[in-house]
Design a protein around this ligand. Structure first.
Ligand code: MET
Ligand SMILES: [Zn+2]
Length: 328
């Protein structure tokens, strides 16, 4: 029985095949950093969730396992805000920093192994699981809120972004993950940088591109959503495109736009519609969306063409369990 979910051929058909194997809808996990906080981690730190890689990896494994038990088919690793630059600025050596990046994938793979072994021992068939190695934006590394403005200033050009991302990207591409998840992409320049890194390095591992929006029309910088999706569309290693960390109420309109410009599987993992305040580095309670409200959207998104659905910040294993139930 093939239970790992890692396929030998990491080709462009990976996501189409995986979604088919999952019965037409693959469930992505929910918020990682915010769920680590719910489990007691103090992430008020420029490294955010990556801090747990050296100070509480057991918590990361627990949250991954909670999402698998809730029904997730895809785990996104804790490398979103993990960078060599960030770790070095905290006194880690280069080797140690690279080791911490690899560890983010190892912890997720170990959670998958534990989950699948437990189900096999109980004579149940575990669901398939892919590990997506997260890469957050340059703005996430800056931890100054620019991941939600996409404004990096004049000094940051395409080459600067490629130089910033190259090393971590190459390490994660060779880490044993099934794919790379470029998440919360705030502007067109960063999207181009990722596409060029994939092409120039003839990377075999597939990737997905997920953008965020705060007006339901553009990516957060104000750049054209259509142009960003089109760049991803023209990149053969990109196996899915879509939206993350965006309020659920914007998703349907954005989905209608994406459908016109892509032939690739579409992924949607919104946040819970609360607002992040970069000054205090906290999510500000607002109306938010309850798990029931969230789930009332998901079948509509699926009907509208999304085949990978999960949650981002402030969604929880309960959100993912509710999504799972909506489709099973
Ligand atoms: C700001 S979006 C964060 C995405 C990341 N995968 C997380 O859930 O922590
Ligand atoms: Zn998020």
């Amino acid at each position: 029985m093939e239970i790992q979910g890692c396929r030998e051929d990491r080709t462009s058909s990976l996501m189409v095949d995986f979604v088919k194997d999952c019965g037409g809808i693959a469930i992505i996990d929910g918020g990682l950093a915010t769920e680590l906080e719910a489990n007691g981690a103090d992430l008020n730190d420029p490294l955010w969730s990556a801090k747990c890689l050296f100070n509480s990896p057991h918590l990361i494994q627990k949250v991954h396992l909670d999402y698998l038990e809730a029904g997730a088919n895809i785990l996104i690793t804790s490398s979103y805000q993990a960078t060599i630059q960030g770790f070095e600025s905290r006194g880690f050596s280069k080797d140690q920093s690279e080791g911490l990046l690899r560890k983010s994938v190892e912890v997720a793979c170990e959670a998958r192994r534990i989950f699948q072994e437990k189900h096999v021992k109980a004579s149940k068939t575990p669901h398939q699981v892919l590990i997506a190695a997260s890469i957050g934006s340059y703005g996430a590394y800056l931890a100054d809120g620019s991941e939600y403005s996409g404004d990096y200033g004049e000094a940051i050009d395409l080459e600067a972004l490629k130089d910033f991302h190259r090393e971590r990207f190459l390490i994660l591409a060779d880490s044993g993950a099934d794919l790379i998840a470029f998440e919360t992409i705030p502007n067109k320049l960063e999207c181009q940088a990722y596409a060029e890194l994939l092409k120039e390095n003839d990377i075999k591992i597939p990737a997905w591109f997920a953008f965020n929006s705060k007006d339901g029309v553009h990516v957060v910088s104000g750049d054209s959503f259509v142009e960003c999706i089109s760049i991803a569309e023209s990149c053969k290693q990109v196996v899915a495109v879509g939206i993350n960390c965006t309020p659920p109420r914007f998703i349907h309109g954005l989905l209608m736009t994406i459908r016109k410009v892509t032939t690739k599987p579409i992924l949607i993992y919104p946040n819970s519609d609360e607002t992040y305040d970069p000054d205090v580095k906290e999510w500000v309670e607002s109306t938010g969306v309850s798990d029931d409200d969230f789930v009332s959207y998901v079948t509509k998104w699926h009907e509208a063409g999304a085949s990978l659905i999960g949650g981002c910040c402030r969604t929880t294993p309960n959100t993912i369990r509710a999504i799972y139930k909506a489709f099973n």
